[in-house]
Write a protein that binds this ligand. Sequence first.
Ligand code: EPZ
Length: 421
Amino acid sequence: MDRLRITGQTPLSGSVKISGAKNAALPILFASILSKEKSVIKNIPLLADINTTLRVLDALGLKTLFKLDDHTIEIDGSSLNSLEAPYELVRTMRASVLVLGPLLARNGEARVSLPGGCAIGARPVNYHLTAFERMGAKFDIEGGYIHGKAPNGLKGAFVRLPFPSVGATENTLMGAVLADGDTLIQNAAREPEIADLARALRSMGAKIEGEGTSNIQVKGVSELKGMNHSVSPDRVEAFTFLASGLITRGKVTVEGIDATYLQSALELLTQAGAKITNTPNSVTAEFVKDLTKVSFTTEPFPGFPTDMQAQFMALLTQAKGTSHISETIFENRFMHVPELVRLGAKIQIKGNQATVEGPTPLSGATVMATDLRASASLIIAGLAAKGDTLLRRIYHLDRGYEQIEQKLSQLGAKIVREHEK
Ligand code: EPZ
């Protein structure tokens, strides 16, 4: 098991290049299943979840080549010879459920292990299944597997999502592009990763309109050519570095991303007293005065993203006053709180509401990562804490952040990876 040792209270400064977005790369890689030809996907982040995705594609028989130095993956879609995403892979990465749409669309059948719950919530996939049933698929759930069949292929349909689910929107979109007829996805998720997936599908010849709005229209086509696409930047990684700069009273620029990916977050950082400036391809957050309290609720895009909640909470432990945070997307996404309290934070939880008193002096301690974004929250707090913070179980972190300790060191942070005996 690895752990990170963070020695706090060094102001961060400088600029850091943002990697491709994990939450765009995963669906885009699965979309390559839709074509029998070769797909080339660039700006892939070097993450554990990408490796897991490649193992799922390998299990389906597709030949994959990851050119690490170029951050590029080539996938040969011609050799699909299985329809099953196995349990041991799906349980390590629930996004594997995104093979459902492509497999049903291409071969009219799929067997995918039920993902099971995860640290932050039950995370059912009922919206995905209901959408495909509207498109003519039938499902049996047996032995912990979803077995879906659409023997005559998927049919275009009117699909209204009960909630703007990111995964359900992506799965439905990938099913619709090869369906027979037109599909309208109403109440679709509007996250930038959806628009990125649509651009990747369009490079294959898909006919899609309205991505980024609540209504996505798709004209099914009979086949798709190989994809040629470069993944959009990771807005959650970018926010993590901006918050790291601010909590250390520094000034950090994230390169390779434009402010539109971070709009709601930048508005709140400004409200808290940060100085935010940007260019068409970068965003800078500068500490210019003591931060003050901010209250927010996590919402579907364009609202404040749940994936940035834990990181912002860490920052608000250093803001003057009482901040109120309401987590409305996942039922259990406050597991970073007890660990932040170990560092000296004053945070109360009541249901899905957290109250943060600030500013509180933080002092280093041994803390434990419980999930991906909680890990980032503890790093941010450790950067402000007096002394050393030891962050354990950082396999959670490696799922979603490429070389985070190298990037933070580049900004002046004292952070090293150690092997625990
Ligand atoms: C995606 O998860 C992201 N993961 C999550 O990022 C992100 O937090 C989430 O979207 C919300 O933005 C990837 O893109 C790989 P949802 P997803 O479907 O698609 C409920 C990270 O840290 N729901 O929008 O699973 C669900 O339980 C990860 O990078 C159903 O009830 O999120 C949740 O409460 C964490 N039934 C809410 O909807 C369904 O069929 C939003 O989930 C589907 C979802």
